[in-house]
Design a protein around this ligand. Structure first.
Ligand SMILES: [Zn+2]
Length: 284
């Protein structure tokens, strides 16, 4: 089917007590693997791209890749721009076929973040595109921006509600202690804040930094109201480990299709496991 606006799938997830995975694609193989895992598990799914991937391929080519993968698929697939900071790129995504965008204004003070986000929301909604906002700061490395885990800024429920009211975003990433990349120390998660936030609004909550969280923590986050969870680092690791592993054991074989197929199958299995833990399996 055509790419869908993810708001409906995220609202259904919040009501149904599960969450939808948003997996970062880096090329057509990863795009295919994410959609194939969703088909195998009968799960709704979000494809998403970082700014680095957008820089590499351009909005137009990414939209074509995503459409090609989603077109013949019976499950709903959304295409989301992750951590958009450049107004121009976000505008191109909105007009170019993305079905949701994130504006990351977390470096600004809350009123300015909300005002800048509001502009994006107005433009996006006019095109049937939904918007994710972020408040607080998620630790880790995101496109070369390094935030140490002890420097991450946690969100308070009052700030989050104020931001929701001012910005009008459709779903919200609130910093609750998860981090991008692999966890170097056990994260100190503020699940209580997430729960309070979720109780105060019916806006779907987004958790960044899904890679490496233990299954029971993921289930606690979902129970607290997380409806979208981002997985990026694990995609890159499984992809490259799959390639390295195959090459090491088939050093004299020169068949790229076999190599790529091996990595794709590893990705489909890994992503499918996330969909089971997220509870989105069987929901499409
Ligand atoms: Zn993130």
């Amino acid at each position: 089917m055509p790419l869908v606006n993810p708001l409906g799938m995220l609202q259904a997830a919040r009501q149904g007590g599960y969450c939808v995975g948003a997996f970062n694609l880096v090329d057509f193989l990863t795009t295919e693997a994410i959609v194939q895992a969703a088909e195998a598990k009968r799960s709704p799914v979000m494809l998403q791209t970082s700014s680095a991937t957008v820089k590499r391929f351009g909005i137009k080519n990414i939209v074509q890749m995503a459409r090609m993968a989603a077109e013949n698929s019976p499950v709903p697939v959304a295409l989301h721009l992750d951590h958009g900071t450049d107004r121009k790129v976000i505008g191109e995504a909105i007009r170019g076929g993305y079905t949701s965008v994130m504006f990351d204004g977390s470096k600004y003070p809350l009123p300015e973040n909300a005002a800048r986000t509001r502009e994006i929301v107005d433009e996006a909604h006019a095109h049937g595109v939904s918007v994710e906002g972020e408040i607080g700061v998620v630790a880790g490395v995101e496109d070369e921006i390094v935030i140490h885990q002890d420097k991450a800024i946690y969100t308070t429920p009052d700030e989050a509600l104020e931001f929701l009211r001012l910005s009008g975003v459709d779903f919200l990433a609130a910093a609750i202690g998860t981090a991008h990349g692999f966890y170097k120390v056990q994260p100190r998660l503020d699940i209580d804040t997430l729960r309070k936030l979720a109780h105060a609004t019916d806006c779907p909550m987004v958790v960044h930094g899904g890679t490496g969280l233990p299954d029971d923590v993921v289930r606690q986050l979902i129970a607290a109201g997380a409806a979208k969870m981002n997985v990026s680092t694990q995609i890159k690791q499984t992809y490259l480990d799959g390639l390295h592993g195959y090459i090491e054991s088939h050093r004299t074989e020169y068949n790229p299709l076999k190599l790529l197929d091996h990595a794709r199958q590893e990705l489909v299995a890994m992503i499918g496991r996330y969909m089971e833990v997220f509870g989105s399996a069987g929901r499409a």
